[in-house]
Design a protein around this ligand. Structure first.
Ligand SMILES: Nc1ncnc2c1ncn2[C@@H]1O[C@H](COP(=O)(O)OP(=O)(O)OP(=O)(O)O)[C@@H](O)[C@H]1O
Ligand SMILES: [Mg+2]
Length: 137
């Protein structure tokens, strides 16, 4: 899941909301000294899930993420990978992904746009849309 948005737009807070939904008790703070922080959680029906949280803001040397794409967490079938500042990845953004843009409107207002890439994410967003909007949108 790629989170695009200005500084302070709410990328980390959205990640925290996701963590809450996965019954993760720990506070999801942006990784500072490591590239990725792992949190163990579970779905509502008890399936284990690992949330991998990356914040690439401080990456200014693309060499630091040269290995990206070969990281084992990208292949974890029970994993969700959330990336703040995915712009820093440049060309190595995974082909299939869910991109979410967050736009600041006012103190407590944001616009979120969801852009699924690949069959898997298109299906999920279609199901989500149906659940939230019914046949109305
Ligand atoms: N939807 C929202 N409604 C109200 N407040 C919000 C919302 N989203 C974020 N905030 C508040 O805005 C501030 C910045 O949020 P957050 O740290 O999640 O931004 P960020 O996009 O991760 O920033 P950065 O680019 O620095 O990592 C926090 O105080 C947070 O509580
Ligand atoms: Mg953040």
């Amino acid at each position: 899941m790629l989170l695009f948005g200005q500084i302070g737009s709410g990328k980390t807070l959205l990640t925290q909301g996701l963590a809450l939904g996965l019954q993760i008790e720990s506070y999801v703070q942006s990784p500072t000294f490591t590239l990725v922080v792992e949190h163990e959680g579970q779905t509502a029906d008890g399936q284990p899930v690992t949330l991998y949280h990356l914040d690439l803001y401080r990456i200014d040397d693309p060499g630091e993420i040269d290995t990206f794409g070969h990281e084992e967490y990208l292949d974890d079938p029970n994993g969700i990978v959330v990336i703040e500042w995915p712009e820093r990845l440049g060309a190595v953004i995974p082909d299939e992904h869910l991109l979410i843009t967050i736009e600041y409107l006012a103190d407590t207002k944001r616009t979120l746009m969801f852009y699924p890439r690949g069959e898997r994410y298109r299906e999920r967003i279609a199901a989500f849309r149906k659940e939230v909007f019914g046949g109305n949108r």
